[in-house]
Design a protein around this ligand. Sequence first.
Ligand SMILES: [Zn+2]
Length: 328
Amino acid sequence: MRPLFLLAVLGLVTATGCDTIVSGDGTSSSQASSTSSTTTSSSPVPAPPPLWKAGPREVRGELKEIAARFVQEVGTWSADDDRDAVARIVAAGYPADLLETAKPLFGIEADDVRTTIVYPQYGGLTDTSASVIVLARQEWRDQGNKRSREVEIDVRLRSAATGWAVTSVVDPARPPGPPQVPGGPTAQGQAVLGNPRIALPDPVREDIAGRRLGDPIMAVMTALAAEYMIEAQVVITGHPGTVYPTTRLSNHVVGRAVDVRSINGVRVVDIDRADPVLTAFMAAAGRAGATEVGGPIRVAGTGFFTDDVHQDHIHLGITPTKPPAVAA
Ligand SMILES: [Zn+2]
């Protein structure tokens, strides 16, 4: 792992959270989790991958690079590195108090683990702080078997005199989310999990399998998948619990929202803003029952919004007291 920290730049950004206020409750939450899968192969684990680089369309891409670098560097180790998690965090050049943030990256009993970034999406952004929801894949070998898992980490950044850096401070504190419910996914959950037109990261699959994500928002996903191929980034695990940077409860933490990273195989951040698919998709989400639809463009009507945070995903949420979004 290469030691380094800090980097960078101040700038002007508007404060924008990922969604709107809801009321709700719950008894537990998790910041991140993972499942592993196994395949057999004989080739060795390759060298650590290059660091994730932001494309030109990313808003404040340098901030995403700081968050992604933290996850990659702390989540990648070899036999030469210390076995102790805190020691590895410090060796990578980060403060020891980031253990809680980095915890999902550990727990793998292997000498060589490499972590690559699937995508870092904003959970919130202000002039002085940010939440980056980093979805990453970890790969290692277990008795010759190639194994991998996906983890989702809400990496918080703060600007300081020395530049922006990862911080352990989660402010406001993360409220509890819905508890895991045994018994496996609901029928609607099974439909989403088994839908080949809906790609889901491991932590999202676990939220669904644990009945943490509500049926109404999954019905919206199912309806949209009839028209579009969609890739989800995050639902509950790994998402800020409040509407960043406020204390208002987020629809995510109560299982009523999903962030869509790509449509028909194209990442939202890369879709041309004049492409009609953006308006069509967001309008269809309203017809399917979403009451709040945030994306990279302004859609005329009610229930739609856009801001800097939503340049890289489309937020679909349901506030039970509100009517579905309707395009003008
Ligand atoms: Zn969202």
